[in-house]
Every structure is written in C-alpha cells, then in structure tokens.
Design a protein around this ligand. Structure first.
Ligand code: GLA
Length: 711
C-alpha cells in the first residue's frame, strides 16, 4: 500500500514501512512497520538521500555520475513530479520481479541539460521486499555518457556490519561478516557474470535489525557501503561502473537493472522474506510452485566417456530406485569426446547417443523416465564446425591471441546475428529431443570483451542484454520445460537468472562437507526450491573425501534432490538405501522444496549445522542436523529447532538411516524444541568414522504435530 500526504509517501508492506519525501529526495524512515505515521518532518535529522550526485558540496559515493553534453560532470537533479502507478512497469530488455503491487514513480530533472531521472519503488501486497529501479531519459538535444547509475541508494543512520557471500569455483557463497569502519567498502564482479566470487546478495546489520539487498541482474555488479564521518551509512547497488560508459543519444532512455531490498529483525527474517519474494515474484511459469522431479545426471558418473548402452544402463538403475528424470550432460553433440572441442555444434553425436538424441530420448522415455538435456549455448570451441564457418561469432579482440579458459571462447552475444543463431540452435535441440528439462551451462568467464562497433564501455551490459534476449525467447517458446541454470557450478546464481530458470546448480562441489556450507550460504538469499543438490559417489570427485550415503542424501535434501553418479555401479544394499531415500523424499517433497526454510546451528564456525523445512500450517517439518566432528571431551552436540508452533506438541522421529542402528522417537512441546537444547545423543557412530575420511554425522528428523495445544 502507498499513502500520500503532500510530498510524503508512506510505502507499507506487511511488516515494514518506508517513508519517502519526494521533493527533497529523502528517506524519512525505513524499518519495522510503523503503527501510526505521525509527523515525520519534525523528527528529521541527517538527511538520508535516495539519490546523490557529484559536483555539488557532496563527496560521498554518488548514485549517478554523468558526462554531460556541456563537457562537465556536475548535475543538479531536482524534484519534478511523482505518480502512483497501479501496475508495476516492465523494464525493457531486463528481467524483473512481477506481481500485484503499486509503484511510486519519482521524477527528478537536471534543468540545465533537461535530463530526467526516474526512480521506481514497488510495494507488493503480500511481501516485505521492495523493488527499486532507475531510468535515465535524455530529453536534451545532445548525447551524454553515463558513468554510473545505481539501481538503488539507501542511506542508513548508525553503525553497521556487512555480510557478503563470497568464494570461488567449488566454494560458492561462503558467508563473510565484516565491521564497517569509516570509509568505503565494496564488493563487485568484473568477469561478466554475477560470479562465483561475490554474490550480489548482501546484508547490512545494525542495532535495529538487518537490511538486505539483491540485484535482478546476472552481469558485472557492484555493492558499495560508505560509512561517512557524519554517522550515515550509504548503500549503493547496481551495474559495476568499472569499464562502464554508456552513450545516451537524445530521446533515448537507459534502464538500470532492478534492485530489491528488505528489512527484518534478524537474518532468519531476511531469508524468509527473500525466499517468499523469490517464490512468488521472481520464479515464474508452470514450475513456479510445482514439485521438482528427482533426477539422475550422468556427468560425475561418466564424464565424456559414455555410449547408448552405458546411458540406458544408468537410466534403468535409476528408474528402479525411483528416479523420475534422466539428464544427459555434456558430451552428446558434434565431435565432443573431450572438453577441447565441439561447443557450438549442437547436432547429435550418433556414436555416443546410439542413433541421435531423439532415438536416445525415446529409449529413456520407454524406460519410464523423462528426458533432460545439457547445453552450453554461450560458448564456442575453436575446433568446431561453427567456428570454422563463423569465426566472427567468437568474442575476441582482432589481432590479439584470445584468452582460452577450459579451451573455449565465448560467443559475442552482443551481436544480434549470434543471438538469433543461439535461439535457433538451442530451440532445435529442445524440440527434437522432446526434453522436459534443460540444464543451461556457462563454463567460463568473459576475458576479451569485444564486439565490432560496440564501445568498450558498453560491451559487458550489451552482452547481458543479448543473453536476456536469448533466454527469454527460448524459455517463452518452451513454457513447459523446467530450466536449471549452471555456471561451472553456481557461478551465476542470481535473481536475473531465476526470472528464467526455475532452479540453479548450486556448485560443482558435491562433497557433503563442502556442500553444507555452500548451501547454507546460498540459503541466506535464495530459497531451497531454486538450489540443485545432488548425491554423488564417494570418494568425492573434487575432494577425495567420503561420507555415508545417508549423510549425502540428508544434505542434498536442502535443495532439489538429484543423483549424479553411475548408478549401475551401486551394490544391492546401496540401491535399497537409495530407493528408501527417494520414497521418503517423494512423500515429503512438498515441504522440503516449498516449506518455510530455516538454518540450524551455525555452518560457518559452529560444530552443529543443518536446516529444516516447515509446512505452512506448521504441522509437518523435516530437519537435517549435522555435526562436523566428534570433539572428545567437548560439549555434547545439541540443536534448537525453528519455525514450529510453540504451543503445540510434536513427535520428533529420526528417519531410519542405514548407517544408524536406532531411530529415536520422542514427543515434546514446540516451545521446548525451539528454546531448549535437543541433545543428539546417538549421533556419533564409530563405523561411520572408520569408513569415511571426511565423515560428517548427520540425522534427518521428521517432526509432526500430534496435539494442537500444549497442556
Ligand atoms: C560444468 C557443470 C557440470 C557439468 C560440466 C560439463 O562444470 O557445472 O555440472 O555439467 O560443466 O562439462
């Protein structure tokens, strides 16, 4: 709801209030919902601005920086008008949130140049996340250059610590907390993607609670925090201004990507708001709320070494265990016998598929599984027919040796001809195979950003616009297909991608110990139904460590479950264990994938970690509790559950796991389960430690309400 009183706008979400004074471009309040509005003007102190510019008496990080037609960089945007829009406006060419909600449009004009800046705030009726975006319109008669246009500026008062999610390949989204000292701190990405290294989801933790921010964008981004001497903390998020210089001709507009923000008393509150927002206003299409199939993917099991017989063997074994979807990963096309060649040649390798994609897909369907396919559409190998025919499609600087990563180059997606080729080629793969699932991979970063005729300062963003044009056309063409994004694991896991792909491969590291942290870190900003999570074989391909099959399953239940192994190699006992796992998963899939998600313990720094998913009515919950190591003589591991009804009685029953002799069961009040310590008395098991080099101790609990009121 948006209420107006003169130039003051009060934006209300179910639990928060944002008050904006439009004529002075100020925030008067943002935080916990205000019961009554009162007189905001009388309690104004330090101005918290929603836009900041350079060239006036302000030397803080600006939200907007232009090279004007007059040769100067000074701007003086002043208030022009405001409007409340009934519908949320679309952002041309870019992904953005959707849904019912009113939007406040604010217009500021730099009078000398007639350039107009529009800032939009959308308030969804059902959700606490506020979407913010900016647009610049050049109403002058001369061109100008944009050097920075932040998607969102929020000024906060007081001291904050910043929480970011950082990492690398196979180590994505590790939680990092820092105290902000006076000065500027920023994180960014320059490699063309939202990156493995620094996710655009960030939090600022202060005395009153936690502010969280994310960007609906998959390219270079920058999140700036400036703790000013005045006591103000500025937060800016948007496209990275590194190498950014965008020419705006007269009559043209530039749209910055959408940013989102929310406030909650604590980190759990932030996660639950962000999860609900993504589930309702970012993820779309048929799969939005639909339970996701249990899949088997052949990558870790076979890599490039497969043929029809091998694949059908895996499919049969998987079907027997209860798997629903078979995903054929890299290596099925062109001359792709290894990673040195054939990217771009999206025609069937007859030898490896035993007669083509359709032939293989039909056989998989005869076995009783749906068929899914892997593609890496943004890439080209120099040893490919595509490169031989269209070397100009590759992104490279003429006259220079290109940088090769994983022996491949990127396609120049800023070129419309290349975009059209990709749409045609990939649509054909999906149509001819009848795939109901597509894994869209992206296995290298951009290194030689270049496209003929495209100014360098525009290249990265033009690449993204080309990318979004491709993915929107393909996903619109195949509305029934479930898309899973991937970027060398989770290197482009962001809200931009989740507008097209309903789920994302969280990491190439499937080792349970590493995964627990990667998924935990990811879960701060993203819901479990968007996180691909697979059980793979041991010793683990990346770490060489081993963990019990039941532990691997428990942890994979923190996302969308799959198996990624050669299932023909399983023993009879292992097949039985997996069959029981899948049976359990299917029974509780709805709550696991779409329930309210809570992190348990402390994955980054504690010895006990885990998660639980609770049904909306708080009647059923599935919890996974994991202990990193047995500390001899140390404290007995214990957990506090979350999200239950404190006044109800619950039965807590351990799932029968093949690696534990007993499956304890007890009843207790919801209040006790959340406030008391539930000791994990049977968690240590010697055999597990002896048999597994990277052993985690993990149990899954089914928690069901048995009595409504505790008496
Ligand atoms: C990336 C993905 C893997 C797999 C390989 C195939 O590394 O993250 O899951 O698909 O590519 O080459």
């Amino acid at each position: 709801m948006i209420r107006k009183n003169g130039s003051i706008f009060c934006l209300e979400t179910p639990h928060t209030t944002l008050v904006i004074k439009a004529d002075t471009a100020e925030y008067l309040y943002y935080g916990k919902k205000l019961v009554s509005a009162g007189n905001f003007e009388s309690c104004r102190g330090l101005p918290c601005k929603l836009l900041s510019q350079f060239g006036q008496d302000d030397y803080t990080e600006p939200s907007i920086l232009l090279e004007n037609a007059d040769g100067g960089i000074s701007t003086a945007f002043t208030f022009s008008k405001s409007k409340i829009l009934k519908e949320k406006p679309q952002i041309p060419g870019l992904p953005s949130s959707y849904g019912k909600g009113k939007t406040l449009e604010l217009k500021y004009v730099d009078e000398p140049t007639k350039v107009a800046l529009y800032i939009y705030y959308t308030v969804f009726e059902d959700n606490d996340v506020i979407a913010v975006s900016s647009k610049l319109f050049n109403a002058s008669e001369k061109e100008l250059h944009i050097r920075r246009l932040a998607s969102l500026q929020l000024d906060l008062l007081g001291d904050y610590s910043v929480v970011t999610f950082e990492g690398a390949f196979a180590r994505e989204r590790q939680k990092v907390s820092r105290t902000l000292n006076k000065g500027v701190f920023y994180i960014d990405s320059k490699n063309g993607a939202s990156s493995h290294n620094r996710n655009p989801f960030v939090m600022a933790k202060g005395q009153d609670g936690v502010y969280a921010f994310n960007l609906v964008y998959s390219g270079n981004h920058k999140e700036i925090f400036e703790a000013c001497e005045s006591g103000k903390t500025r937060v800016l998020t948007g496209i990275n201004d590194f190498m950014f210089r965008w020419m705006l001709a007269p009559g043209e507009q530039f749209d910055a990507p959408e940013a989102v923000m929310c406030f909650a008393p604590d980190e759990d509150g932030v996660s639950s708001q962000m999860h609900a927002f993504i589930g309702e206003h970012i993820v779309r299409g048929k799969w939005k709320k639909k339970e996701r199939p249990v899949l088997v993917n052949n990558w870790e099991g076979t890599h490039f070494d497969f043929n029809e017989e091998k694949l059908l063997g895996i499919a049969r074994a998987a079907k027997k265990a209860g798997v629903e979807l078979f995903v054929l990963d890299d290596g099925w096309f062109g001359n792709r016998f290894d990673e040195h060649r054939a990217l771009g040649d999206w025609y069937d390798n007859i030898e490896k598929t035993g007669g083509g994609l359709k032939h293989l897909a039909d056989k998989i369907r005869e076995i009783g599984l749906d068929f899914g396919i892997w593609v890496e559409p943004e890439m080209i190998s120099e040893d490919s027919d595509l490169f031989r025919k269209h070397p100009e499609f590759a992104m490279r600087v003429p006259g220079r040796e290109p940088t090769r990563l994983r022996w491949q180059l990127c396609l120049n997606l800023a070129d419309e001809k290349v975009q059209n080729y990709v749409v045609r080629a990939i649509s054909d793969v999906i149509a001819r195979s009848g795939a109901t699932y597509v894994k869209w991979d992206y296995n290298r970063t951009l290194t030689d950003p270049f496209g003929k005729g495209i100014p360098q300062g525009e290249y990265f963003h033009r690449y993204m616009l080309g990318y979004y044009r491709i993915v929107s056309r393909i996903t619109e063409k195949f509305p029934d297909v479930l898309f899973e994004g991937c970027a060398g694991g989770g290197g482009r896991f962001d809200l931009g991608n989740l507008c097209y792909f309903q789920q994302y491969w969280t990491s190439d590291d499937t080792d349970a110990r590493k995964r627990l942290k990667i998924q935990d870190g990811t879960s701060y900003g993203y819901p479990q139904a968007t996180m691909g999570a697979h059980v793979s074989a041991c010793p683990n391909y990346h770490t060489g460590d081993s963990n019990p099959l039941e532990t691997r399953f428990n942890i994979a239940c923190g996302g969308v479950l799959g198996y990624e192994m050669d299932m023909t190699k399983l023993s009879v006992e292992e097949t039985e264990v997996i069959t029981r796992q899948i049976e359990f998963y299917k029974e509780y899939r709805k709550v696991l994938q779409f329930g309210d998600f809570y992190r348990l313990g402390n994955a980054f720094g504690g010895n006990v970690a885990g998660f639980m998913s609770v049904s909306k009515d708080k009647g059923t919950a599935v919890a996974v509790v994991t202990v990193y190591e047995q500390i001899f003589g140390g404290p007995a591991p214990a957990v506090k559950f979350k999200g239950l009804d404190p006044s109800s009685v619950y039965e807590v029953k351990a799932r029968e796991q093949a690696n534990y002799k007993k499956a304890p069961c007890f009843t207790a009040g919801g209040g006790f389960l959340m406030q008391g310590n539930v000791f994990l008395s049977d968690i240590y098991e010697d055999t597990q430690r002896r048999e597994n080099s990277g052993c985690l101790y993990s149990r899954m609990f089914l928690i069901t309400k048995v009595k409504k009121e505790y008496s």
